[in-house]
Design a binder for this molecule. Structure first.
Ligand SMILES: NC(=O)c1ccc[n+]([C@@H]2O[C@H](COP(=O)([O-])OP(=O)(O)OC[C@H]3O[C@@H](n4cnc5c(N)ncnc54)[C@H](O)[C@@H]3O)[C@@H](O)[C@H]2O)c1
Length: 491
């Protein structure tokens, strides 16, 4: 476990104090689960997000799918650095601003961003040219993201998709750099005068939101990308509220929740313990085959997700995503995860794979995480502020056969804001592994589907009914749906 506190002692101040005393640490999520597979997971998640966001702008905003799409965001850091690479895979023009020149250069050297530009006028010209020529290209702008939002408004450059991936889960200790200070000045002020620094951050957030609002009034689709942007902007007093709700959705509310999590699609990942690239290539081929077989009889409403993931796994080798462990990620539902795992176990048993495989997933999933502003943000019955699901998931996984489980407070969106759990499962080709994988993966996904169905999420109700039809032993209470008019007329 990491950072588990008595709930009353889980504020940011408590964190600073107890971390300084050496009592606790900020565990983050995947790293805390001993299942870090490099940046591949975030590239995959961002690719799926951008692909689905493109479908949203076509369906809701009438965007012609043959026209180029411009995506603007910020951050070329640990996770955010995946944005330009995912933008290229998803076929858009992306502009990602980064205040730290070192971080930007690192991503450029790694080939994750195509072109670096540090002058806003040059950026403007380059983006106009790329759009006019229908090019797929990624630009890293070395500077503050507010420059981009404001300049593109002045120049009337239409931003189709907008987001932000500064580290706003940690706004005052280097996660967010305010405008009006150089990178060095900001670093000095946050140490020497934290109160003043905080007021700069809030002023900057108000200005960033004002610029974003101008673009969305012209038709930009803006979404929060899981970095607490909406939450921190509201705390800053920015014009981000619409009554008691945020003006903009989080990517989970609009994209990941309904398109993926409610159907059980989530980050299924594995590591080939032999460390051999040829084993990874074999597992890629096995997973592709399993998904292609399943797609033939899958319900129509999940075929798009299956197609996206088949395309992803087929292109995975060409995209050179492996850093360190011979690992892979894709999104699959309960059926897909179980079938792929069974096929891996069989391949280990018959010697096709030269060593065991470890399964896992990250927090960004159907069931493992209770996070009201991210993973569970599309659960609207009020239960988004409970953390029972994450706990049930970890306990349930452990006695259904996980090799290890972990549970954390605070990963990703901030200390005290989330509880998330993970697991690892070793497949060694044995019959026992076959038994465990079926039991555990089934629970690991359907626990969350049940919860999402109780909250009356349409796609989750569809999925849990499908699961119960296939397995007569599974009994999940279904919500009683009442016509909204009937309720409204009662009060
Ligand atoms: N959506 C997801 O799936 C997902 C996954 C992982 C992380 N996250 C969240 O995304 C955020 C970023 O994660 P990370 O690992 O990349 O963090 P990071 O700190 O490594 O990178 C953030 C980058 O933003 C830059 N930055 C800060 N303020 C800026 C500004 N005003 N203009 C331009 N650049 C600025 C920083 O210099 C830094 O390099 C975190 O809050 C994290 O929790 C989301």
């Amino acid at each position: 476990t990491n950072g588990m506190m008595i709930p009353n002692y889980s504020s940011l101040d408590d964190y600073d104090r107890h971390n300084a005393l050496g009592n606790t640490q900020y565990g983050q999520m995947t790293a805390g689960s001993y299942m870090y597979i490099g940046p591949q997971g975030i590239v995959h998640g961002t690719t799926i997000t951008i692909l689905n966001a493109k479908r949203i702008i076509t369906e809701r905003f009438g965007k012609n799918p043959d026209e180029p799409v411009l995506f603007v965001s910020s951050g070329l850091g640990g996770m955010s650095g995946a944005q330009p690479k995912a933008g290229n895979i998803a076929g858009v023009v992306s502009v990602v601003a980064e205040v730290n020149p070192k971080a930007a250069k690192k991503r450029h050297e790694q080939g994750w961003v195509d072109v670096l530009i540090d002058n806003i006028d040059d950026l403007t010209q380059a983006v106009k040219k790329a759009l006019a020529e229908h090019k797929v290209v990624s630009f890293g702008y070395i500077g503050n993201v507010i420059d981009v939002w404001e300049k593109f408004d002045e120049e009337n450059i239409k931003i189709d998709l907008g987001s932000d991936q500064t580290s706003l889960h940690n706004p005052f200790n280097g996660g967010y750099y305010p405008i009006g200070l150089s990178f060095e000045e900001a670093n000095e002020m946050m140490a020497a005068n934290p109160e003043q620094f905080k007021s700069y951050v809030y002023e900057s957030l108000r200005r960033q939101v004002a610029a974003i609002n101008k673009h969305t009034a012209k038709g930009t689709y803006f979404f929060d990308y899981g970095n607490a942007f909406l939450l921190e902007s509201s705390r800053a007093g920015a014009d981000i509220m619409n009554g008691d709700k945020f003006r903009y959705p989080s990517y989970v509310e609009d994209i990941m929740g309904p398109f993926c999590f409610d159907y059980g699609f989530g980050p299924f990942r594995w590591v080939c313990t032999s460390g051999k690239p040829e084993d990874l290539a074999k597992t890629d081929a096995i997973a592709t085959q399993v998904l292609e077989n399943l797609k033939q009889t899958a319900p129509k409403r999940i075929q798009q997700q299956m197609a996206d993931n088949i395309q992803w796994i087929k292109g995975a080798q060409d995209n050179h995503l492996v850093v360190g462990s011979q690992a892979r990620i894709l999104y699959a539902d309960a059926w897909g995860r179980i079938k792929i795992a069974e096929a891996f176990n069989e391949a280990i048993r018959n010697g096709e794979l030269s060593g065991p495989v470890v399964l896992g997933r990250d927090h960004h999933d159907v069931s493992g995480t209770d996070s009201p502003f991210r993973e569970t943000s599309n659960i609207y019955d009020g239960s988004m502020f409970t953390a029972d699901m994450a706990i049930q998931n970890v306990i349930g996984d452990s006695f259904r056969g996980a090799t290890w489980v972990s549970i954390h407070n605070g990963g990703g969106v901030g200390w005290g804001e989330v509880v998330n759990g993970g697991f690892g499962m070793l497949l060694d080709g044995s019959d026992d592994a076959d038994r465990r994988l079926k039991q555990m993966l089934y629970w690991d996904v359907n626990n969350g589907i049940a919860r999402r169905s109780w909250a009356r999420n349409d796609n989750a109700m569809f999925t849990i009914e499908r699961a119960m039809a296939e397995n007569p032993h599974l009994k999940v209470t279904k919500p009683n749906l009442v016509d909204d008019h009937l309720i409204d007329n009662l009060f």
